[in-house]
Design a binder for this molecule. Structure first.
Ligand SMILES: [Zn+2]
Length: 374
């Protein structure tokens, strides 16, 4: 640990610690409790609180239960002091979400728009963003950031969108996208953002997020942060081999989890949407029941492999997870058969963020950065 000698830095850290403490205690703390918990003097806490009151960052939220004397006033962060916007781009739709400082969704909308890799398309998305911002109550200057998610590998070091198969993009400079926007934007991978939304809700130190939709992917969170890997390809769970020399995968290899568990497999084999498939199966279609058993078996091998490698909670998300609830017992049984160290499958959870969680998670990146920076 470096020795801190800089007074300004100590003041900054005290302010940040006080704000985060108020944030984490959810509006139930008071001045004395802050001082006691953070080992700070009352004058130091008072001064910092006054500054943050003046800046509109915090507010009084009520009173503590009386312990005999005057009731202490409780303090909360002011969730309306800022908001962040997340935009999710897919091949046929653009979704927008605005999130306040308490991670509450304050506005959302979706626009059907066929993707094209052109300036005209991204400028059109920007026009939709500008219209969306006008629907958000409060000051426009409280916007703290805009983050965009795309279904592709984003390399923040080279600032390249390296590969986005469903959008037909290879090696596109991110500046080619950001220059079409009226606000500074950051670009993220969609599975990372959905995983971040789950990570925020599950409040775990370590977590793997397995997303099953048309693509199978995910994200890894380690010690409270996203683990990207040396080449930003971490969490590519879709290409774990679950069947030696098995079905052909889009990546060119055989037997990948994605080749077995992508929703594409359901639409290819049965020519129907997920909702229809699960309805027919629940009505007793034998061919589908057999298919589903094989599907769950391969999914279980993938989940057990992730568990063996990462030894952490695994959250299942993506479009399939919306239908998974009735089949979790069967899935858990199969996972246990492939998991040598576990006696139960409490580590496996169903995601509780909805389909729009990519833009929600993207907005949370900026909320986190803001809270860290107060
Ligand atoms: Zn593959």
């Amino acid at each position: 640990m470096p020795v801190i000698t800089n007074t300004a830095e100590i003041r900054r850290q005290n302010r940040s610690r006080i704000y985060k403490f108020i944030y984490e205690t959810g509006g139930k703390t008071c001045k004395k409790e802050i001082a006691d918990s953070l080992f700070l003097s009352l004058p130091t806490v008072s001064q910092n609180l006054q500054e943050m009151f003046d800046e509109g960052l915090i507010c009084y939220s009520g009173t503590k239960a009386s312990t005999g004397g005057r009731k202490a006033r409780t303090i909360s962060i002011n969730e309306s002091a800022g908001y962040a916007v997340g935009i999710s781009i897919t091949d046929d739709e653009v979704s927008f979400t605005a999130v306040d400082l308490k991670a509450q969704e304050i506005a959302n909308t979706a626009v059907q728009m066929r993707f094209s890799d052109s300036n005209a398309y991204f400028c059109n998305v920007n026009n939709c963003l500008v219209s969306f911002l006008k629907t958000i109550p409060g000051d426009a200057d409280k916007l703290i950031g805009v983050a965009i998610t795309l279904p592709g590998i984003v390399n923040p070091q080279t600032q390249m969108l390296e590969f986005a198969p469903t959008l037909g993009i290879r090696n596109k400079e991110i500046s080619g996208i950001s220059e079409c926007f009226s606000y500074p934007v950051q670009i993220f991978n969609d599975a990372d953002a959905r995983g971040y939304a789950e990570f925020w809700k599950h409040n775990q130190e370590n977590m793997a997020y397995l997303s099953i939709s048309r693509g199978v992917g995910g994200a890894i969170f380690c010690a409270g942060k996203c683990y990207y890997g040396d080449h930003f390809r971490s969490g590519e769970f879709g290409h774990i081999c679950v069947h030696n020399n098995g079905r052909m995968c889009d990546c060119g290899k055989k037997g990948c989890l994605e080749a077995y568990c992508s929703t594409q497999r359901i639409s290819d084999d049965f020519h129907m949407e997920l909702k229809e498939f699960f309805r027919c199966m629940s009505e007793g279609n034998q061919k589908m029941i057999l298919f589903w058993s094989d599907y769950l078996e391969h999914l279980a091998i993938g989940i057990a492999t992730i568990r063996n490698v990462l030894d952490c909670q695994i959250v299942l998300g993506g479009s399939v997870s919306d239908y998974m609830s009735p089949y979790m017992a069967e899935l858990r049984e199969k996972v246990l058969q492939h998991s040598p160290f576990d006696e139960d499958t409490d580590f496996l959870k169903l995601g509780n963020c909805n389909a729009s969680s990519a833009c929600y998670g993207a907005a949370l990146y900026n909320i986190t950065e803001y809270i860290e920076g107060v």
